[in-house]
Design a protein around this ligand. Sequence first.
Ligand code: SAM
Length: 275
Amino acid sequence: MQQDFALRDGDFRKISSLVMEATGIVIDDRKRAFIHARLGRRLRALGLANFGEYRQVLDGPDGDTERHVLLNAITTNHTSFFREPHHFEYLAKTVVPAIIRNKTESKRRLRIWSAGCSTGEEAYSLAMTLADFQLPLANWDIKILATDLDSSAIAHATAGLYDAERAQSIPPQFRQRYVTVQPDGRTSMNTVLRSPITFKPLNLLNDWPMRGPFDIIFCCNVAVYFDKPAQRRLFDRCADMLKPDGWLVVGHAESLQNLTDRFDLVGRTVYRRTK
Ligand SMILES: C[S@@+](CC[C@H](N)C(=O)[O-])C[C@H]1O[C@@H](n2cnc3c(N)ncnc32)[C@H](O)[C@@H]1O
């Protein structure tokens, strides 16, 4: 018989403040059932009797490891290939042509960051969009950095293998050219997509070890889980990490309005750095 653990107020507060401190993700009362379900599974796996015992694990000698598991368990990894198709159209129709026009060096450099990349679909969608230009690669230096807090999501992204159902959202013309259906029915990403991408674990609240600057940052559906001060700080740091006229792309429910004056809105949830 499955045990149903009660999530008392004190346990809920402890867990939500731990998550807030570590990730910036706000866990308010509306998320209580979600936390209960996600962590109830974890308690069962550990053979614990209640959330009080779970708090002891978090405070005990294995606390660091368990906090890591907890954060992986509560992050919302929902994503898909070409999740918001207009973002990839913007990259193809505006960003790449601008770089082609503006660059004078013999080698054209393009740096993209998928910040909060989850299981990698966003980064591979970026790589497919670029691959489709059939740019003369000898003249181009293209790198896509893709990072996420959740180490299991990064492991999935690095493996680059997706269930048939997930691969459905890859447009047919890309599916034919850039991915391969494996004998077990899963879809793997071809080398042409993998080679420009580096997947790395990174907590956006911590120091950012990369130097940048990036031409474009995709930071979609991540800040929506943060409170306003954390959003403000994140977008400000994104501005610092971009070229002076670089682009920042955010998710459909996100806006920079009243958070920072360092960007102008130039497209649907697409911003351009001005300061
Ligand atoms: C809903 S997914 C968005 C994935 C993708 N960008 C998209 O739009 O489809 C949000 C991702 O943000 C990550 N995340 C949440 N807080 C984070 C933090 N503090 N640092 C880095 N990543 C974080 C989660 O692990 C999750 O994979």
